[in-house]
Write a protein of this length. Structure first.
Length: 220
């Protein structure tokens, strides 16, 4: 029988494997369990070694993963909310609305996502007003997302420009941006069954998931 203390002193390839061990008591006779533990440690070790981190830095990262917050305003068909929920699952993030968020709250987070539907070529006013109330920050990581009737690379750049400028002027560093189509029954469209019925669809949500995975992998 070994305890978490013993495991803390296990070595692999002459490097101490001193993480993922808290509060564990392992029966060494159970080969599979031991094998599983070693391979978990090995893959974690390799993952961080590729990034050139020391064991103590690995421990710090492993023990305190990125804390993420999503601020989302979505009302038309909850399109952006659906995208936000997928991203939040991947990032293990909290989702809040601008109305129920104190503008200082992001200080408890490492990464903040800002998302809404697009109205008249900009994020919804509720999110833009919230951005105006944010305090000045020092290079805090943020990302922007939206759903819209019409999409495309240039459309995204233009639709996001108002929010992007506001956030950058507050000192946020925008690490990535995401947009996909959302069901739209605005004004006359409702008489024709709307546009983008069923969007965001499974594929859109898969892209949102990949986008969030990528944010997670990019720790800079
Ligand atoms: C009042 C209103 C204005 C809109 N203006 C635009 C627009 O300028 N450009 C666009 O691509 N889509 C526009 N749309 C479509 C929405 O951006 C789209 O349906 C979005 O997915 C809605 O997001 P939500 O369900 O999260 O609120 C508009 C929708 C509404 C209701």
């Amino acid at each position: 029988m070994i305890t978490s203390n013993t495991i803390k002193h296990l070595h692999y390839n002459n490097e101490p494997l001193e993480f993922v061990c808290d509060a564990m008591t392992i029966d060494l006779g159970t080969y599979c369990l031991k094998h599983k533990l070693i391979s978990t440690l090995e893959s974690t070790n390799n993952r961080f070694r590729r990034k050139g981190l020391s064991v103590s830095e690995m421990n710090a990262k492993e023990m305190s993963p990125l804390k993420s917050l999503l601020i989302v305003y979505s009302y038309h068909h909850n399109n952006t909310q659906k995208v936000a929920e997928v991203m939040a699952r991947v990032l293990d993030a909290d989702i809040k609305t601008p109305q129920n968020t104190n503008p200082e709250e992001h200080q408890n987070y490492d990464l903040v996502g800002f998302g809404a539907g697009i109205d008249s070529g900009k994020h919804y006013r509720e999110l833009l007003d919230f951005a105006d109330k944010l305090p000045q920050v020092n290079n805090k990581k943020a990302f922007i997302f939206s759903t819209a009737g019409l999409t495309g690379e240039k459309k995204l750049a233009k639709d996001h420009s108002t929010l992007r400028e506001k956030l950058e002027s507050k000192g946020f560093r925008i690490v990535d941006e995401f947009q996909c189509k959302g069901f739209n029954t605005n004004v006359f469209l409702k008489y024709f069954g709307g546009m983008n019925k069923g969007r965001p669809n499974e594929e859109d949500l898969k892209h949102a998931e990949e986008f969030a995975q990528n944010l997670k992998g990019n720790e800079n």
